[in-house]
Structures are given as structure tokens and as C-alpha cells.
Write a protein that binds this ligand. Structure first.
Ligand SMILES: [Zn+2]
Length: 289
């Protein structure tokens, strides 16, 4: 476990709901997972943006407190993806959130950096009293033996088996959805593509709104200006790109604050249109909230 110094915890409010951004750490990802752009072009963009190349991807989760209830959106990677990740449990502690008091864990989708942190290596559920709330199509996809048989060995182990392990540990507390309100003030907005059940969550309270868009963007410097850039681990890359355009348009038209699992911590930003693409405007820290 690397020592990062200050905890990755950042609080803001959306109306009556307290939203706490929590860092799980970061991951350096190789260029070969990035599709639809030449690695040299991608490297040039990252260098021009003063970012490491190949890209360093932030992994964030968000906790919500409302009306005495606590939800966590994503569970991080746990110990499954190396020493630069797995910070979520320490950051929850720093934020004063007891995992046993988490009422629901909402997942935007089941991928190792989002769901492996649901339990420890010994098989203990780390959120012993929480419902696990996931889109129906993600659960069906990862439990589909036919699809698993067609997957590559890497996909079988890294995605299908890992998701099955977590689902088995929460099977008595699993709640699937197809849309609608999934937690007080939180509406699920399915955006299938990155995975079949990939879902954004719209958080609304007191006239304020936050769109937590999951993995709509993995590498902001590349995919915001060029939404057509996809990832090798998108289940359906074309649909993922289409949903990215759709959410970008929505964020611009409605001037929405967005929260991203892979936007640089704490992961809050607005989106503006620029040329044929878009531009991300990070929300400054310290808002007096
Ligand atoms: Zn992810």
C-alpha cells in the first residue's frame, strides 16, 4: 500500500444530500487498452495536457448521506489490483463512515475497480448490512455461462469470475433494477455500452442536481475532446461511444454538475461544448459548503 499523505476525501452538498467523494487510488493504464486513436497521438495529447503518458487513471467512489441513511456508489478495487488502489476503506474511515452502517452499495457496473472492493480476500463482505444494488442486465451478463464461455481467458478471470464472486457474497442482499429511484433522491439512468447494465445516477435535492456518470469517461484528456475514443474493455464500444455523446449533450444542455469514477479526484466537473468535441471544466475545491 502506497502512502499518499492526505486522505482522499472531499465533501460537498447537493441540496439536502451530503455527497462525499472518496479516492480508491489510481492506476496507470497501458496505451493498448485505448482504441480509436493512435498511441502516439494519444501520448502527444497527454503530454500537452501535462499528464503522465501512458495515462494515470483516478479511481473514485462517492458516498451519500441523506435522511439518516448512507449509500456508497462503487466499492473500489480492494486488494485485487495492486498497491496504487484499495484506499477506499481508509478513506471511508477518514470520512467517519462505518462500513457496517452503509445501507446500500450502488454500482454503476461490475468491473474489478468498482466491485472487487465489496469483500476481502477471506470472503468477508466488507459492507455486512448493505444491500447491493446493480442493474439487472449487468447481473444477467456476468452470470451468463454462454457469454462467459465465449470470453477470452483474461475476461473470464478478471471480469466474469470476479463479478460472480462478489455477487455470491451479497446474494441474499442483492437488489437489481432497470431504472427509476434506487435510493432516496437517486434515480438510475441506464447507459448500456461500457457494460450491458452500465448506469449513471442522477442525484437531485433542493433544486440541485449531480450526474454521477460512472465510466462514461476513462481518460478525460482523450475522451472528452474525442468522445469516439473507446476502451478495449467496453462490452459494446459503439454503444459506449453513443452513450458518451448522449450524456455529454445532456450535461451541456442542462448545465449539469457531473461526478466521474475516473475524473481526477475529487471528480466533479462541468462540461462545455468546444469545436466538434467538448471541454471539461473541473469544479474548484472549497465552495464554502
Ligand atoms: Zn472503471
Amino acid at each position: 500500500m502506497l502512502n499518499y499523505g492526505a486522505p482522499g476525501v472531499y465533501r460537498r452538498r447537493i441540496g439536502e444530500i451530503e455527497v462525499i467523494a472518496l479516492s480508491d487510488g489510481f492506476l496507470d493504464v497501458p496505451f493498448d487498452v485505448i482504441r480509436d486513436i493512435d498511441s502516439r497521438d494519444a501520448g502527444r495529447i497527454l503530454t500537452a495536457e501535462f499528464r503522465p503518458s501512458p495515462p494515470r487513471v483516478a479511481i473514485n467512489a462517492f458516498a451519500l448521506r441523506t435522511g439518516g441513511r448512507v449509500a456508497l456508489i462503487e466499492a473500489g478495487a480492494g486488494t485485487s489490483m495492486g498497491p496504487t488502489l484499495g484506499r477506499l476503506s481508509r478513506n471511508l474511515e477518514a470520512a467517519g463512515i462505518d462500513p457496517a452502517r452503509v445501507d446500500a452499495v450502488l454500482l454503476t457496473h461490475m468491473h474489478p475497480d468498482h466491485s472487487n472492493g465489496l469483500s476481502d480476500e477471506k470472503g468477508n463482505a466488507l459492507f455486512p448490512n448493505a444491500e447491493l444494488v446493480v442493474h439487472d442486465h449487468d447481473v444477467a451478463h456476468w452470470l451468463d455461462d454462454g457469454r462467459m464461455a465465449q470470453a477470452t481467458e483474461r475476461q473470464r478471470v478478471r471480469y466474469f469470475q470476479a463479478a460472480r464472486v462478489q455477487l455470491s457474497r451479497y446474494r441474499l442482499r442483492l437488489r437489481t433494477f432497470q431504472g427509476g429511484e434506487v435510493f432516496p433522491g437517486v434515480t438510475a439512468l441506464p447507459i448500456p455500452g461500457h457494460t450491458p447494465g452500465h448506469t449513471a445516477f442522477l442525484i437531485a435535492s433542493g433544486g440541485e442536481t449531480l450526474l454521477i456518470w460512472g465510466d462514461t469517461v476513462h481518460v478525460p484528456e482523450l475522451q472528452v475532446a474525442h468522445p469516439e475514443i473507446t476502451m478495449s474493455f467496453d462490452s459494446d464500444p459503439q454503444a459506449a461511444a453513443k452513450m458518451r455523446h448522449y450524456l455529454f449533450d445532456m450535461a451541456v444542455s442542462d448545465r449539469l454538475l457531473v461526478g466521474g469514477m475516473h475524473l481526477h479526484f475529487p471528480g466533479f466537473a462541468h462540461l462545455a461544448r468546444e469545436g466538434t468535441g467538448y471541454r471539461l471544466v473541473g469544479e474548484p475545491w472549497i465552495l464554502g459548503q
